[in-house]
Write a protein that binds this ligand. Structure first.
Ligand SMILES: [Zn+2]
Length: 308
């Protein structure tokens, strides 16, 4: 994060290029927000429909194994009975619970911040935040995959997706957490800070749906728990780091409908990039262990407006 206003300054909206909103105030921005809002509106009904259909398949296959294995008999009766039972309220609830357990945390969306024409924070020695976080993401990815998690990155190379595009990548997943990676321009070199979004009023429309720019609101409690776990892992290795996650108005996190944190390493002010690179394995390990520790806490909300 590039910072001209003190340790927390870079994390607030519009404070600097770290969290600038490129579409702000434009008609395109409004269209994008509407498009993404529609996306979020469609996501939940589709997810619910998928759960019910999967439930019907599970119930029919578990209760009528013989008929399922003998499709050539031509009798549809047992399958129809199974499907009918799945539609009853009791069956739907029990199947949904099983599905939610299967659909628990298994995806980590990694966001190497900045990129393209936005280098992020730059040190006097020519260090660029956008380059370092891309290399860091590769190490975090390997550590997470070794723990059995699937990793989705918001960028693979030197491009710069918008804040909304990055959030859309996260919001398209189910059973995901989101981690955006930054290097600060200030702070004690060798320390690492985790940020979660500050309180957001939960706003819903007349249908009980959450607007795109408040997507993080229902997840704040989980985000804090997630952030504290990872900060706790980081402080064990990087002395001088905070013991618990900090809060700030982080633009990238606000539109993310998942437990979401920013991880910020200090800093690009070091003379030699190797000083930061040496921290990468420890940061990657702490994030991977933190995600694994958080996994049992992650219960996916049943729908928009439902607090996880
Ligand atoms: Zn940054």
């Amino acid at each position: 994060m590039r910072n001209a206003r003190g340790a927390r300054g870079s994390l607030f909206f519009g404070a600097d290029r770290c969290f600038k909103r490129r579409e702000s105030g434009s008609r395109f921005g409004m269209l994008l927000a509407v498009r993404n809002f529609v996306r979020i509106r469609m996501l939940f009904p589709l997810a619910l429909l998928t759960l019910v259909l999967l439930g019907a398949v599970m119930v029919s296959s578990s209760r009528t194994p013989a008929s399922a294995q003998q499709p050539s008999t031509g009798s549809p009766t047992p399958v129809a009975a199974g499907a009918s039972q799945a539609a009853t309220p009791g069956a739907a609830v029990s199947v949904s619970s099983a599905q939610l357990q299967q659909a628990g945390l298994n995806i980590v969306v990694l966001d190497p911040a900045h990129g393209g024409t936005d280098p992020g924070a730059r040190g006097s020695g020519g260090i660029r935040e956008s380059d370092i976080v891309l290399d860091l993401a590769a190490q975090v990815r390997r550590a997470l995959e070794a723990q059995g998690f699937q990793v989705v990155q918001t960028r693979q190379g030197n491009e710069n997706p918008s804040f909304d595009d990055r959030s859309a990548t996260a919001n398209a997943q189910r059973g995901a957490v989101f981690v955006t990676l930054h290097i600060s321009s200030t702070g004690l070199p060798g320390t690492v800070r985790v940020y979660v979004n500050s309180d957001l009023p939960t706003v819903t429309d007349s249908d009980g749906l959450i607007p795109w720019d408040r997507a993080q609101a229902p997840f704040l409690g989980l985000s804090r728990k997630f952030g504290d776990l990872i900060q706790g892992m980081l402080v064990q290795r990087f002395k001088g780091s905070p013991a618990v996650a900090q809060t700030a108005g982080v633009r990238q996190l606000r539109t993310t409908a998942a437990p979401a944190i920013a991880v910020e390493i200090s800093s690009v002010a070091v003379q030699d990039r190797a000083e930061i690179d040496r921290m990468a394995p420890g940061v990657a390990d702490a994030i991977a262990r933190g995600v694994a520790a958080f996994k049992p806490s992650y219960v996916i909300p049943a729908g928009p407006g439902a607090r996880p």
